[in-house]
Design a protein around this ligand. Sequence first.
Ligand SMILES: [Zn+2]
Length: 143
Amino acid sequence: MRIERIHNGIVLDHIKAGVGIKILGLFPTDMLKSKIDYASYIESPRLGMKDIIKIENLDVDPKTLTKLALISPSITISIIRNGQVKEKIKPELPPVVEGVITCNNPKCITLKEKYLTSKFKVWLEDSKVRQQCLYCEHIAKSS
Ligand SMILES: [Zn+2]
């Protein structure tokens, strides 16, 4: 599949194969007015298979970068301006993530007490992201 070049926007590359669709869900629906190229299960020398997404006229904020790293730790983000790569970002998983993830333990206090900001300890295990709620100690595994 040929992926077109974009002039201004972002290129999300080295996404774990199959999770690109989850990543598209992170962006506001306004994005749907932009031109998007999404290719899934492309051969990659580094990952075996990968997804790649190009979105025109979109930027990423630091919170979104953290979310991207949580969904696919292998991701790289290129910021494209005037047809050139202006910046290449490899987001790091922070040791603790606040206010980004919702605990999936139905008994967790953060679900009842809405004023609490969720806090998760995050680490990689067998190249999968593990996240532990610092309130109830529930451990969740994502992608
Ligand atoms: Zn919890």
